[in-house]
Ligand binder design. Structure first.
Ligand code: G3H
Ligand code: ZN
Length: 278
């Protein structure tokens, strides 16, 4: 169908009180899996590429151009988002390549520094029509904003959004990145308070650690953009492992990468249905 914008997908979900999934892609197969999952679920999706994935490839352009090509020919609307960027130059490169949104992550910096830098990035992105997600960090915190014990203060978050002009805010409500079990306990009272206090869509990072039921309640309480990477990697890798174990003489990469892609597409479709259904 079409490459769309993150602003359109997040805006529509926010208005409707639904969630919108943002899935991380790290190579062509994972982009294809996300597009196939969206087609099966009949639900639009955000494909996000992180600064870590860019580092892995030594640059953004090859994977970004592949993702744009897949999205442009996909059955469902797909937007492209740069995830967890700390390098301001990379933000500019992503916008040049056609990404409609970026997450500028200055959460490791002290509050004032985070605010100043984020406001400058937001101004530059808005001048070019791109949507900006930011994150509030814990001052001096080592584990970062998404460690289980860290919480975002609603008044500070509202002041941060007003001062920076960001379009979406990643908040700390009990999730933690890279969990391989789905037993994180989210603070739904805090989510509801943030939803009332902060005038932009809220983003849940580390959503792999949250159960289906937890995702539904978090969305009902006020979360909009739901970021998932590890849960999809788990599905992909398990299928690759199983395929290789079943045939030790296998050498054709398409056999195991294809199995990984199919398994990830099925899990993406399942999660899309959980996240987008009210
Ligand atoms: O920004 C991406 C995510 O927050 C994904 O986290 O790997 O724990 O699902 P996850
Ligand atoms: Zn994240």
């Amino acid at each position: 169908m079409t490459l769309t914008t993150t602003a359109a997908l997040v805006g529509a979900a926010y208005e409707a009180g639904r969630g919108v999934a943002a899935f991380n892609a790290i190579n062509l197969e994972t982009v294809e899996a996300i597009a196939a999952g969206a087609e099966t679920a009949n639900v639009p999706v955000i494909v996000q590429i992180s600064e870590n994935a860019v580092r892995y490839h030594g640059g953004l352009a090859p994977l970004a151009q592949a993702a744009i090509a897949v999205a442009s020919n996909a059955a469902m609307p797909i937007s492209l988002h740069l995830d967890h960027a700390t390098d301001e130059r990379l933000v500019g490169i992503a916008v040049d390549l056609g990404f409609s949104s970026v997450m500028y992550d200055a959460s490791q910096l002290a509050y004032e520094e985070n605010l100043t830098r984020t406001a400058a990035v937001a101004r530059r992105c808005h001048d070019r029509g791109a949507h900006v997600e930011a994150e509030l960090g814990e001052v001096g915190g080592k584990a970062g904003v998404h460690a289980p014990g860290v919480r975002t203060d609603p008044d500070e978050a509202a002041a941060f959004v007003a001062a920076t002009g960001v379009d979406a805010l990643a908040v700390a409500v009990g999730s933690s990145h890279k969990m391989t079990t789905r037993d994180a306990a989210l603070d739904e009272t805090l989510i509801a308070e943030l939803r009332r206090t902060v005038p932009v869509p809220l983003v849940l990072h580390g959503s792999s650690g949250v159960s289906d039921e937890g995702l539904r309640s978090a969305i009902a309480a006020g979360m909009t953009k739901i970021n998932i990477a590890t849960q999809l990697n788990k599905a992909f890798t398990a299928a690759v492992r199983e395929t290789l174990a079943a045939d030790p003489s296998l050498v054709d990469q398409r056999r195991y990468l294809g199995a990984g892609r199919d398994a990830m597409a099925a899990e993406a479709a399942r999660l899309l249905t959980v996240i987008s259904t009210r």
